[in-house]
Design a protein around this ligand. Structure first.
Ligand code: NAD
Length: 339
């Protein structure tokens, strides 16, 4: 089988590339990635040069490049991770989110229709459901929860999901969608909450926490997400949406305190900053469907996963140091000032 993994030089996509090469060594894996600020070729160094792996630098919105790749490789499966993924950046500049996340998805699916495919899988997010109130811990997102987005990012992801389902209904394209909660683990770009706090704490820099820090996210170790997508490709029903989450709700402020403790840093580094516009309060996934239909369950407990993740950042300064010294500096200063 030949599988195209788009966005495979980013956080989850690269972990999925490694997962597929490890678990399905007989398959051919092609990573298509534009290498935006969030894509990092050095992440893929361990598999570069491997016979069953190929890296192609291209934009999923570039119809010519995408069609050429399909003509050359005749993929059986496409898994689309490629996206602009940072909510804060979508608030600053929505246009690129609409372009990549919606139009890019359409180009990939048009290629799948033109050249034929066994499966197109769209990697989506629980953010398409909007948020839940903090005082209703009994409420969870199921696959039938109405789409109710808050940010340009989540709106672009929800739009793509609707398009994917429409391509299934209208053209019979064999699609599946997964909507996962927040991931954490190795190769997470330093702008995101967990790596940002680890790296700032290591430098004794202020730890910027939005608003009161009481916002709740449902955290899943990235390898558990990769296993879920692999299972959906193998056994998931075409035309279906699967929620993926590990019932691991944590307040942002508690995550930051835990990181301080693990690194032996004082909580006085925590610095509350003006809340994100439209900030979602609580995300919480009900993963019953993927558990009952496909037998998926998360394997990594948060206490172990966060320990492994912190250790990974301690051991891989060579990966994140070049990232935080480049253009990222300008972004950081714009968001949080020069401290
Ligand atoms: P990321 O920002 O780390 O990586 C995105 C990758 O896509 C990068 O390698 C980038 O170069 C590439 N890319 C961006 N635009 C492209 C384009 N036009 N053409 C080709 N490649 C392009 O993102 P991530 O956190 O790994 O998220 C991957 C996917 O999973 C996204 O679709 C995101 O919406 C979804 N998701 C993420 C999370 C999370 O917690 N990170 C949770 C649920 C769903």
């Amino acid at each position: 089988m030949t599988i195209i993994i788009t966005g495979g030089a980013g956080f989850i996509g690269s972990n999925f590339v490694f997962h597929m090469l490890r678990e399905h060594p007989q398959d051919r894996v092609i990573c298509l990635d534009k290498l935006t600020y969030a894509g990092n070729l050095s992440t893929l160094a361990p598999v570069m040069g491997q016979d069953n792996f190929r890296f192609v630098k291209a934009d999923i919105c570039d119809r010519g490049a995408v069609y050429s790749l399909f003509e050359e490789e005749h993929p059986d499966v496409v898994v689309n991770f490629a996206a602009e993924s940072h909510v804060d950046r979508s608030i600053e500049n929505p246009a690129i989110f609409l372009e990549t996340n919606i139009m890019g998805t359409a180009v990939l699916m048009d290629a799948c229709r033109k050249y034929g495919i066994q499966r197109y899988h769209q990697v989506s997010t629980d953010e398409v459901y909007g948020d839940l109130p903090l005082d209703r811990p009994d409420l969870f997102f199921t696959e039938t929860t109405p789409i109710h987005t808050s940010s340009p990012y989540s709106s672009s992801k929800a739009s793509a999901d609707l398009l994917v389902l429409a391509y299934h209904r209208t053209y019979g394209l064999p699609v599946t969608i997964s909507r996962c909660s927040n991931n954490y683990g190795p190769y997470h770009f330093p702008e995101k909450l967990i790596p940002l706090m680890i790296i700032n704490a290591l430098h004794d820099k202020p730890l910027p926490v939005y608003g009161d820090g009481l916002n709740v996210r449902d955290w899943l170790y990235v390898e558990d997400h990769c296993r879920a997508i692999d299972l959906i490709l193998q056994k998931g029903r075409v035309g279906e949406v699967y929620n993926v989450g590990g019932h691991n709700e944590m307040k942002n402020i508690d995550i930051v305190k835990l990181i301080c403790k693990a690194l032996g840093k004082p909580e006085s580094l925590i610095h509350h900053v003006t809340d994100r516009k439209g900030h979602d309060r609580r995300y919480a996934i009900d993963p019953t469907k993927i558990h009952e239909e496909l037998g998926w369950l998360p394997e990594t407990k948060f206490a172990d996963g966060i320990k492994k993740t912190i250790q990974w950042y301690l051991d891989h300064e060579d990966w994140w140091q070049p990232i935080i010294s480049g253009e990222y500096q300008q972004y950081y200063q714009k968001m949080y000032g020069s401290r």
